[in-house]
Structures are given as C-alpha cells and as structure tokens.
Design a protein around this ligand. Sequence first.
Ligand SMILES: [Zn+2]
Length: 299
Amino acid sequence: MMTDSKKILAFDIGGTKIAYALIDEEGKICSDVTKISTPRDSAEILATLKRIVSGFENQIEAVAVATAGEVSKDNDRIIASVGNMPKDYMNTPFAELSSKPVVVENDANAAMWAEYKLGAAKGMNDAMLVAIGTGVGISFIVNGQLLKGKSGAAGEAHFKVARGNKRRCGCGAYDCYEIYASGTALGIDAKEAYKDDSVTSHDVIKGMKENNLLAIKVFNEWEQDVVNGIIGLVNIFDPEIVLLFGSLTEFMNYEKLEKIVNKDILARPIKLRRAIFENNAAMIGAALIAAEKIKKEKK
Ligand SMILES: [Zn+2]
C-alpha cells in the first residue's frame, strides 16, 4: 500500500491567482485545490508561499512550483519575467521555501508535461500547447522531451505577426503574436469593435452567450488570429496534437478550428483539442517533474 507515501505540495502562481494542492507521485490530486489572490508585491508573495509550505512541511517530500515567467533549465529560478507579475518576483529565492527539494517550471511547460504524461497528448512524442491567459505561453514536446532551448526560455509567444507598429506588446515590442492571441488581445479587439474603451473580454463572452452578433464576430476574428499562429508553428514543429489551455479556450470551436488548421498546413493533419486537466494542469505537471527529479536523486 502506498497510502502513507509522502506528497508533493504543488503551486500554480499567476498574475491574479495562486492555486495550491497536495499531489502524489502519480499526478493525482489528494487534497482540496485552494486558490488565493496573488499578493501585489514579491516579498509578500514569498512570505505567503513560506507560510503555506510550513503548514505542510512534515507531509511532503518536495515543493513543485508552476509559475508565470521563463524558468531556468535547472528548474530552480526564473530567468525572465512576465509583465503581469510584480517587478522583483523574478528574483524569488524558491529554494528557501522548504528544506525539501523545490522544483520550478514555467506554467505552460508544466501544463504540457501533465498532458503528455497523463492527458490529451499521452503517448504522442511531438505535441504543442498554447496557453492563453493575460499573455500567451507556448510549450512543445519534441521527441518526448520538453523543448527548453539553451537557457530554458523556449516557447515565448513574441514573434511579429503584423507590420506597422499597431499594438504594443507586454515585452515592449510591437505586434507580437501574444498581443493578438491573448485574453488581453481579445479585450483590445473588443474595445476597437465596440468603439468603447470600457468593453472587456468578459463582455465579449457574455455577448456570445446572448447570441450578440458583434460579440460573435469579435470572438471569431480573435480565434482566427490564435489559429494563424498555430498554423505557422505546426508547419515548423509538425506535432501530432495541439492543445489549447486557459479559461477562454472553453468557448472555442475545436471542430471548426481543426479543419481550418488542417486545410492550411503543409504536413499531415493534426488534432486540435482543449487540454484535459484545464486549471490544474500546471500544478499536476510541476508535481510530476518534481517526482521525477526526486527519483533520479535517490538513484
Ligand atoms: Zn511581445
């Protein structure tokens, strides 16, 4: 029996919310998933994480952190931050959280890993995940491994998709994929279409549910922008499956989008699906990565 085996305390840290739960080495969630608002400054984030970890210290064998921002290849620190986190968050000393091993991974990578090990991309050695939130994170499984690049920062959605310096992206450049395919982008699309600066992406979703034609048009055009980037990336990486992840992806039409992608790509058809684990994917993936690290260290 494995019932008394130790667990991994997993966090998913985003710009607006921090979620955490106990997860076992097989990726099963064994506690409630608790959600709190992300504190506004980085010292407070660290203090909050420390307080939570101390409550679990004797039940756990590791801490796993899925976070916004690009994470080092050694899974120990953030090497590049994202616009919606506090400024000094990048320097958070995650190792201080616990006397046990602390493993950090980018949230899109962690979600991709969960889907690859247990979810919609299980058994597929080449897969891609597009995580749509305030920003966009992209993650690739290539030959059964997460694509990390030379430093760990692979999969940034900052490649130019238009000319003319129309939209300023969070990274400082103009007209990146992210500023056309993110939740933020849907909000900008809505403000432009409604000619009203108070309209947000939430109003578009609400309008869609009420069959409002303008809302549907705005959403469809945004969806096409999301798909245009996917077509390019599929041509480059040739995955078996593309997964979409994030709350807005609940409203997307996968059958329609899969047809559009498969009509335009050069390679053999792909599957386009929503990630199975949805909101918990990043925590589960980070826990699985931590479990593998512990096993390797024990050997
Ligand atoms: Zn950018």
